[in-house]
Design a protein around this ligand. Sequence first.
Ligand code: TYC
Length: 100
Amino acid sequence: RGGTGVGLATKPETKTAKPGLYKVLMLNDDYTPMEFVVLTLQRFFKMSIEDATRVMLHVHQRGVGVCGIFTYEVAETKVNQVIDFARQHQHPLQCTMEKE
Ligand code: TYC
């Protein structure tokens, strides 16, 4: 460095791994009420009623939709929260995660 011919040892980079990101996906079914899906999206994904309704209708029409993108642990927690909430209310609503 600096043309003196005296080399400064380069400090080894301490690399912090970037967290992988995962999409949380909501799946359509024939039985869960639309209002329950909207409530679920509002409760666990902090969506406005407008956004929750848009996502719910997308899932209803297309079969699957993205609720959000999170680190592995957060995505896993949200999937479990949705499935538990649905089960408590005896709805078959399913949710899954997939690497981005
Ligand atoms: N298809 C459901 C109905 O007609 C509504 C629904 C929407 C269910 C989205 C699940 O993820 C879902 N009542």
